[in-house]
Ligand binder design. Structure first.
Ligand code: GUN
Ligand code: FE
Length: 429
């Protein structure tokens, strides 16, 4: 990793981050210290012990924690923006499965994944939880490519042993054996910030037998799991038909050992999770990957994210490319607020919309918690940061607070205004 160095340094400038779920905190003309990949805190006067460190002067910019994309499909990058008039199940058949099958070709996988990785590197995402395809070698290739970017990621070989077209179906046995082989190879690859994550696609495409075996691999190899849950109404109905002995969709993962205390777990979407399902998610500390852009595009619905936050569930934000059309976590923050406002106005008047600080929180500290101490500049947090040139977006206003500048950036800015980026102290841009 010659091109991505971990350094000890100080940033001097203006900082904004989440004090807690509902409040931002800011500092101007201050020093943010990074040593050993972690923040040592923000100081108005630079403490004596850090005076020898190089100082990067970023006054005039806005420095914020990196954004965490808790759910994204790397192989779907190539067809993002296509098939957006379909709902989930026909969209998977028509666009997703045929494209994902192409990753059996190593040359295609290498080129396509390199494009994906380059865009993530240039954008606001510092960490991501990524679905690959069922192909072991292409998944390992993706891990190597992601490692080169310097970003921190979990990458999963997808498992599917039922209800997918024959050209893309694995037998239960092959799916398990390939996963074991992939876990071994991933361990041997000596990657420092790219980790495997067990990835049953979703209950409709995974038998109970397969998921039980994957759950034991998660425990045996001490790796987390990720999947999809209660995204679309036809999908939820289908799971009821397929899994007669379950009380709700999440129960199909509980019965298979995929949702279990002690196994870190991400479930994407949770648009239609009822009270019992929410209890299961809370009891087991499951992270909900809220994907508002995808939920609009595939007409899935508007997830009750504000209620999830208020009830103390773990919530992170995600793009879900290519259900979501863009890898931009900046638009995802904006979209989360907008979807939440429509939900409140149209059918959930008792629950307020997500506020701007809440949306920023789920994009940083909320999802960051899946990676450990991530998403804040408080002392001891891993150093993920974005340096934003927000003032290059025209305005005559010169009296904005840092918090107001951040909100304006989220609504008007994009990846082109990113002037610097760090993940775990590594300089990415
Ligand atoms: N559910 C199962 N697979 C997928 C997928 O690839 N994208 C989305 N959005 N939902 C899914
Ligand atoms: Fe998804």
């Amino acid at each position: 990793m010659e091109n991505v160095k971990k350094e000890n340094f100080v940033l001097y400038g203006t900082f904004v981050y989440s004090r807690d779920k509902s409040e931002l905190i800011s500092y101007t003309d201050s020093y943010l210290v990074c040593t050993g990949g972690c923040s040592r805190g923000i100081f108005r006067e630079l403490p004596e012990e850090y005076r020898d460190l190089p100082i990067r002067d970023v006054r005039g910019m806005l420095t914020v924690p990196g954004l965490i994309d808790l759910h994204i499909h790397a192989p779907q990058y190539q067809f993002r923006g296509s098939g957006m008039d379909m709902e989930l199940l026909p969209w998977l058949e028509k666009y997703t499965f045929p494209e994902e099958e192409r990753y059996k070709d190593p040359e295609y996988a290498d080129k396509a994944y390199s494009m994906f990785a380059e865009e993530l590197k240039r954008g606001a995402t510092t960490r991501a939880c990524i679905f690959a395809t069922s192909h072991r070698s292409a998944t390992l290739k993706l891990m190597e490519i992601m490692e080169e970017t310097g970003l921190c990621t979990f990458v999963g070989k997808v498992n599917m042993d039922r209800n997918v077209p024959s050209y893309y179906l694995e037998s239960t046995e092959d799916s398990v054996n390939e996963t074991v082989e992939w876990l071994r190879e991933a361990k041997k690859a000596g990657l420092s910030h790219t980790f495997p994550i067990i990835t049953p696609r979703f209950t409709p495409s995974c038998s109970r037998e397969l998921m039980l075996k994957l759950a034991s691999l998660a425990e045996q190899y001490a790796v987390p799991v990720q999947s999809h849950l209660s995204e679309n109404l036809s999908e939820v109905e289908w799971v009821k038909e397929l899994e007669g002995d379950t009380s709700c969709y999440a129960d199909s993962y509980v019965k298979a050992g995929i949702i279990k205390k002690g196994i870190p777990c991400i479930m994407a979407h949770c648009v239609w999770s009822g009270d019992e399902e929410q209890e299961i998610l809370k009891d087991n500390g499951v992270f909900i990957a809220h994907s508002p852009d995808s939920n609009i595009n595939l007409s899935s619905g508007a997830a009750p994210v504000k209620a999830y936050l208020d009830k103390g569930l773990n919530v992170g934000l995600a793009t879900d490319v290519a259900g979501g059309s863009t890898t931009s976590m900046i638009s995802s923050v904006r979209c989360a607020i907008q979807v939440s406002k429509l939900r409140n106005r149209l059918f959930d008047g008792d629950t307020p919309a997500l506020s701007f600080p809440e949306a920023f929180y789920i994009a940083t500290k909320g999802g960051g918690a899946f990676f450990g101490k991530v998403g804040s500049f408080d002392e001891g947090y891993e150093f993920d940061a974005l340096i934003l040139d927000d003032l290059s977006i025209p305005t005559m206003r010169a009296d904005m607070t840092p918090e107001e500048r951040l909100e304006r950036f989220i609504y008007l800015g994009d990846d082109r205004q990113i002037r610097g980026k760090y993940a775990a102290g590594r300089k990415i841009l």
